[in-house]
Design a protein around this ligand. Structure first.
Ligand code: SF4
Length: 407
């Protein structure tokens, strides 16, 4: 076969596989979706409920904050409660400032977690920095856990940044301040990974991340980090923002990096509206991977945007109902009908693109547009399978979709 003349995703970058509590990150494994709670980890009830909700929504790894003795003490209780609920999602402890101390003082927390996240920018300061970092690595070795060395733009190692800025100035400033900062992020991650290895942590227990808040910085930093290292990479835009801005920025940045073959696990960080649903970030991460064709989580429901040819909202409502139905039934259907995630459903608003798009789907319906005869042809596997009429078109089509899945 000749090479495709079209733009296609680059081959996945080869990275070292890391086992995070039974979930493989890197080494060519499917890109893993993960998320993070925003509850006080010391509140066991609230944290268990949110971890369960995130896991049920599809999060394959969940990170929790471990910021003080009370939260460290709660971790084994959370693990135990989740086990009683039959949930074995790997829990990652997010440590800042005093992680070395919390892990040493709370062995059952160190044991219950499936991975430790270390921020090299705040693990300690000056001469204590490397020592405290090494203490966490020693705990990871002792408890047989992987770590994520998670550098963050907002808490970057200032000593390293200042040194690189000074060196750049001494050399006549060939790099912009922004590029020096990008370089500092990369060097912080690579230096820490080398130190972890020197301490004795095997290479297959190290994941790296370098989170920034601007799309172009993320693309630049991950491109370079991927070039200089073969560690598995955790991808995410930090402080992506609220609402559509956060979703668009995350999708644009991570979409481009993933298209380049880089990224072994992703988290979409969305600032939730007060009282908003935390699981939204899981849904967005899944949808990002799915629309790019990297993973399949849910059947695709293609719906046209509607226009002046559709004055009713029947087809939008039907598309929403079908999608909600599929999402709700997925846990059961996935067990019963392997491969159901690959199903494609089309719900179209009129005759212009309706029949054509419906024929491309596994099952599709072309609803009547304004002025068209009140009949809705249904297509199955590219062929017309019948026509629905009357006030119950939506319900009848739902039944046909369920029948199709069962068959
Ligand atoms: Fe408009 Fe029909 Fe196209 Fe939908 S399929 S956008 S209703 S022309």
């Amino acid at each position: 076969m000749t090479e495709s003349p079209f733009v296609v995703p680059q081959a996945r970058r080869s990275s070292i596989a890391v086992d995070v509590g039974g979930v493989i990150v890197g080494g060519g494994a499917p890109v893993v979706v993960q998320s993070m709670t925003n509850t006080d980890t010391a509140d066991v009830d609230a944290t268990v409920a949110q971890v369960a909700a995130l896991h049920n929504a599809g999060s394959e790894i969940v990170r929790i904050t471990v910021d003080r003795d009370e939260s460290a003490a709660a971790v084994p209780k959370i693990r135990e409660r989740l086990e009683r609920l039959g949930i074995d999602v790997p829990l990652v402890g997010d440590f800042h400032y005093i992680g070395h101390k919390l892990l040493a003082d709370h062995p059952s927390c160190a044991e219950a977690l499936s991975k430790y996240r270390i921020n090299p920018g705040n693990v300690g300061f000056k001469d204590k920095k490397d020592r405290q970092f090494v203490e966490i690595i020693e705990m990871a070795i002792k408890y047989d856990k992987p770590v994520r060395i998670g550098v963050n733009w907002g808490s970057l190692d200032q000593v390293l940044l200042t040194r690189l800025m000074d060196e750049n100035a001494e050399n006549g400033s060939p790099l912009s301040a922004r590029d020096v900062t990008r370089e500092a992020i990369i060097q912080s991650a690579l230096h820490s990974a080398a130190l972890a290895e020197e301490t004795g942590l095997p290479r297959n227990r190290i994941i790296l991340s370098a989170k920034v808040s601007q799309v172009q910085d993320l693309i630049a930093v991950y491109g370079e980090l991927a070039r200089r290292s073969d560690h598995a990479l955790h991808l995410g835009l930090t402080e992506a923002g609220m609402g559509s801005k956060g979703i668009v920025a995350s999708a644009a940045a991570m979409g481009i990096v993933l298209q380049g073959g880089v990224g072994d696990t992703i988290r979409v960080s969305l600032t939730p509206e007060p009282g908003g649903d935390r699981t939204r970030e899981v849904m967005v991460a899944q949808e990002l991977l799915q629309v790019m064709g990297f993973r399949q989580f849910l059947p695709v429901v293609a719906a046209c945007p509607g226009c002046g040819r559709t004055t009713s909202t029947v087809f939008q409502e039907l598309a929403r109902t079908i999608e909600d139905d599929l999402r709700e039934n997925m846990p059961v259907w996935r067990e019963k009908y392997p491969g159901v995630e690959g199903l494609q459903v089309a719900v179209m608003g009129c005759i212009v693109n309706g029949p054509g798009e419906s024929k491309h789907a596994d099952i599709g319906i072309s609803l009547p547009g304004t002025g068209e005869s009140p009949a809705a042809p249904v297509f199955i596997d590219g062929k017309k399978a019948g026509t629905l009429r009357g006030p119950k078109i939506a319900e009848d089509f739902q039944v046909m979709v369920a029948d199709y899945i069962e068959k």
